[in-house]
Ligand binder design. Structure first.
Ligand SMILES: C[S@@+](CC[C@H](N)C(=O)[O-])C[C@H]1O[C@@H](n2cnc3c(N)ncnc32)[C@H](O)[C@@H]1O
Length: 269
């Protein structure tokens, strides 16, 4: 079985995946994904050699545990309950008080049972999403977890929990780097960037564009996704900027899920 993302992730790229597929270079050395999240493109491409990274510690711990201890993780996931009491007890458990396997198990459990499957942290870095009240959430998907584990072990995949810049500094000529940062907000009220306490500011977007130009000079193949805003277009002037339509909840009004050209895919080749 082909592995799929094992968590629902805010900004997950599943909708955009067919489009992105057509913009992958024909050949490349390593695949590098500095903002991996759920890893939609990683699992689509299943590269033989990859470096993946995310600043979210719980997420990266889960990748590592799936790689090295998938059977213990599966056993632990079997023990969870889909009730509000149990959910809030798990939510309030400090992940640092758990061992790596229990910690990954808690993280996956919360992701599958939380409202909207969102992973959102408050300023203290605590997970604060309410219980989702789903009838039958798929807390445990054994087949997929084993498929993910098999892939991470059979390919040469380095997994890091660093700031994206440290991972970008490893990129060399001929590597393919897919950059999917927290999006620049479409409007002042939109909360696109709030799902992570490491909120990505305007300044961060400017710095990322500088990193993009540096990697371009180094001879990497680059694809970046972001929101369709004048600000982002200005930052990447001179590159191949493509507008893509996607269905997204972008505001709380009824028309929030209209199909709009709200995404940009930016390439240097
Ligand atoms: C738009 S999401 C990526 C979604 C991913 N492509 C997917 O398919 O699920 C952006 C990711 O960047 C991570 N992130 C935020 N700031 C970061 C930083 N400074 N360095 C590395 N990762 C960061 C977030 O934790 C989040 O997982």
């Amino acid at each position: 079985m082909k592995p799929r993302p094992f968590v629902k992730w805010a900004g997950g790229k599943r909708q955009l995946i067919k489009f992105l597929r057509d913009h992958v270079p024909k050949t490349f050395n390593r695949y590098i994904e500095p903002f991996v999240g759920g890893g939609a493109l990683l699992f689509e491409l299943l590269p033989k050699t990859a470096i993946i990274n995310d600043i979210n510690q719980e997420l990266i711990n889960a990748y590592l545990v799936i790689k090295d201890h998938v059977e213990e993780l599966i056993e632990s996931l079997k023990r969870h309950k889909n009730s509000a009491d149990y959910y809030y007890k798990m939510r309030s458990t400090d992940p640092k008080s758990l061992n790596a396997i229990e910690r990954a198990s808690r993280f996956i459990y919360l992701n599958k049972t939380a409202y909207n499957g969102l992973y959102r942290e408050n300023l203290k870095g605590e997970f604060n999403v309410p219980f989702g009240r789903y009838k039958n959430p798929k807390i445990l998907d054994e087949e997929n977890l084993r498929a993910v584990s098999k892939y991470l072990n059979s390919a040469n995949v380095e997994i890091h929990n660093l700031d994206y810049k440290q991972v970008c500094s490893k990129a060399q000529k001929g590597d393919f780097v897919y950059l999917d940062p927290p999006y620049y907000p479409l409007s002042k009220t939109s909360s696109f960037t709030q799902y992570c306490r490491y909120g990505f500011t305007e300044r961060d977007q400017v710095e990322l564009a500088e990193v993009f130009r540096e990697l371009d000079r180094r001879g990497c193949y680059l694809v970046l996704s972001n929101s369709n805003t004048d600000f982002i277009k200005r930052l990447y002037r001179g590159y191949n900027i493509i507008e893509v339509s996607a269905r997204r909840s972008i505001n709380s009004k009824g028309d929030g899920r209209k199909k709009q050209n709200i995404e940009l895919v930016i390439k240097n080749f």
